[in-house]
Design a protein. Structure first.
Length: 332
């Protein structure tokens, strides 16, 4: 492998674009900067802003990057890329030309997060009480990652003998299932406005207000104001809003059931990780929730799921190291 370093890596969601520098193969990413997506016309403009600021820091020691790995919050196919929950739309070929790159890898953001899983350290994780990750992952094993953020990302990673292969997909748009009568009422209410109720429709930043309204309707309470996801989390954790608190309970339970479905579908016996920006904000509330019970509650396969460890990714920059791994494993 003949790699061209230094390289640029980026992780772009619906709200923020995280950029970082990869000075050499095997080194950790550095000089991380978070730029608001709405402040830039597209990835080329954001990358130029990042590189201009970095040049001020590094001065003459900085060489122009010739390769870049860009993780984006959307499905990646063909030359045209459009963010699912953001305004960026760009051509991969044009971006490569605009930045003077010889290599451009565009990955789904959860494909990159999945590639970060093999390198995560204990300091970047919080394990579910009583459950620990295996000391090593043998070839043929799979892990999964699920992340409620602006949207809901899902991906897996499979260990081969000499490499890790990410399994990218759009699992967040799979149909959400109810596990009890209350959840069935919630979904029935949401279906009045949306013909297809996906997991992302409720288990995400854009979904929490929808879930909140559904909980209020099923409980027979009027909603005085339309709350944002951040307000729902804040008031639910503070105990100042009963419906917000119930919304967080429903969120964690539904997420647990969905995570169990992903584990069964991918055969992710080496672990299921929770990423994204929402769950870390829940703190102890998440670990006191029904998440793990619902993760395991799959009838005849309950024992299968009881053996699968679950952990929360506490490092919100983990996907950048996954993008770095994608470059390392790519033949330049």
């Amino acid at each position: 492998m003949t790699a061209s370093y230094p390289c640029l890596v980026a992780d772009v969601g619906g709200t923020n674009a995280r950029f970082a520098w990869l000075a050499a193969q095997g080194e950790p990413v550095s000089h991380v900067t978070i730029l608001p997506v709405q402040d830039h016309a597209g990835p080329a403009a954001a990358a130029r802003a990042y590189l201009a600021a970095l040049e001020v820091q590094l001065g003459g020691a900085m060489a122009a990057p010739r390769a870049m790995a860009l993780a984006v919050a959307t499905a990646v196919a063909g030359d045209r890329v459009e963010l699912t929950n953001g305004h960026w739309s760009f051509s991969r070929a044009q971006l490569c030309a605009d930045l003077g790159l010889t290599t451009l890898l565009v990955l789904n953001d959860f494909e990159a997060l999945a590639l970060s899983l093999p390198r995560l350290q204990a300091s970047q994780l919080r394990f579910w009480p009583g459950v620990q990750m295996a000391a090593s992952v043998p070839p043929g094993s799979a892990m999964a990652v699920i992340g409620p953020g602006t949207g809901l990302g899902v991906a897996g990673v499979l260990r081969l003998r000499q490499a890790w292969v990410a399994l990218a997909g759009e699992g967040g748009h799979a149909t959400l299932a109810a596990a009890n009568a209350f959840e069935a009422e919630l979904l029935a209410h949401v279906r009045r406005d949306y013909a297809h109720v996906s997991a992302e429709r409720l288990l995400s930043g854009i979904g929490l207000p929808v879930l909140h309204a559904a909980v209020a309707a099923v409980r027979g309470q009027a909603v005085a104001e339309l709350l944002t996801a951040a307000q729902i989390v804040e008031r639910g954790l503070a105990g100042s809003c009963g419906i917000c608190s119930q919304t967080l309970d429903a969120f964690c339970a539904l997420l647990g059931g969905f995570a169990g479905n992903v584990a069964l579908t991918l055969g992710a016996r080496a672990g299921v990780y929770i990423g994204g920006g929402i769950v870390p904000r829940l703190g102890e509330r998440f670990f006191a929730s029904e998440f793990r019970a619902r993760f395991e509650a799959k009838g005849r396969f309950e024992s299968y799921l009881q053996a699968i460890p679950t952990a929360l990714i506490t490092d919100t920059l983990a996907a950048l190291s996954g993008a770095a791994m994608a470059l390392e494993q790519h033949e330049f």
